[in-house]
Ligand binder design. Structure first.
Ligand SMILES: [Fe+2]
Length: 303
């Protein structure tokens, strides 16, 4: 068909065209680097980094470039990084202090390492969209996940850009959300505490969070830990949160990572959400993770 003869779209019937998002992150992925290569994987987020061996201590320039790539791409990926526990921790410590899980012990002598293992007997999968431990006062800055044993197919992880999701909203909706705060809790996920040494933290955070490094705004509510919007009637809060959770599911805001043995995903919890695809049971999938402590409470700063 001759495109010149395509009919005009009647005013008032333009909904389908308005679904084309303008993603300002596209250019953010094009910074120039001297010591690493960064290949952007989707318009909204995700950069695959090559040219660096993470088994060796990083020079300052390389560290700074990886740091910048993380902020710009929101999640970065590496291939063929066969790291020992010590090398994994050494890499993570460049970005901040490491989190020690209060309940799940790490391998002997390495309490900072969290093993995530699934096989035919144990089925572990965080398959709902979330930002890690958002119920804490200072949620994690990010996590570095290394694949050790992967299923032949399946077990991908999806990441969503909360910057792209925010920028995909109308001005009016952005303004409405910027004044709001939400409660994030853990008891409804982990069950009632067993004793007084078994805490179930709860926190209130702004619904729109300003990234402390880039200054970009992002949505900071998630379907696993957020329980309500403060000051709203239950029906109002549920409707707004449900809208945001459906909005975050928009494929244009996503990148999907296919793991190989010794692949790494390093995500920024301040600007992304993620979910694991639970399609590989009863195959074995075994990962080791380092989590970097957050260094400030989520905040909203007007642009
Ligand atoms: Fe997670």
């Amino acid at each position: 068909m001759d495109h010149k003869s395509a009919p005009e779209i009647p005013t008032g019937d333009r909904g389908v065209w308005e679904n084309h998002f303008r993603l300002s992150g596209v250019n953010a992925g094009k910074r120039s680097y001297e010591t690493i290569k960064v290949k952007r994987l989707s318009p909204a987020l995700g950069g695959e980094i090559s040219g660096v061996d993470l088994r060796k201590p990083l020079g300052n320039q390389t560290f700074q470039e990886i740091h910048d790539a993380l902020v710009d791409n929101q999640v970065i990926f590496f291939r063929d990084q066969d790291l020992s526990y010590d090398q994994h921790k050494q890499f993570g410590r460049r970005f901040g202090s490491l989190h020690v899980h209060p309940v799940i012990p790490g391998p002997e002598g390495h309490p900072e390492i969290l093993m995530l293992h699934s096989d035919e007997k144990v089925q572990y999968s965080a398959s709902a969209w979330h930002s890690d431990v958002s119920f804490e006062q200072m949620p994690n800055l990010g996590a570095i996940l290394l694949a050790k044993i992967m299923p032949e197919t399946g077990g991908d992880t999806e990441f969503a850009s909360m910057h792209a999701a925010y920028e995909g909203l109308s001005d009016k909706m952005q303004k409405f959300l910027c004044g709001l705060e939400a409660e994030h809790a853990s008891e409804h996920v982990f069950g009632r505490p067993k004793n007084e040494n078994d805490p179930r933290p709860k926190s209130v955070h702004p619904v729109i969070r300003t990234h402390p490094v880039s200054g970009r705004q992002g949505i900071f509510v998630n379907s696993v830990f957020t329980t309500k919007i403060i000051g709203m009637k239950p029906k109002e809060s549920a409707a707004v949160l449900e809208f945001l959770y459906r909005h975050v599911e928009t494929p244009e805001f996503h990148v999907r990572f296919k793991w190989e043995t010794n692949s790494i995903a390093f995500w920024d919890n301040r600007s992304t959400q993620h979910r694991a695809i639970a399609d590989y049971f009863p195959q074995t999938r075994s990962m080791q993770r380092i989590t970097i402590n957050g260094d400030d409470a989520p905040a909203y700063r007007p642009g």
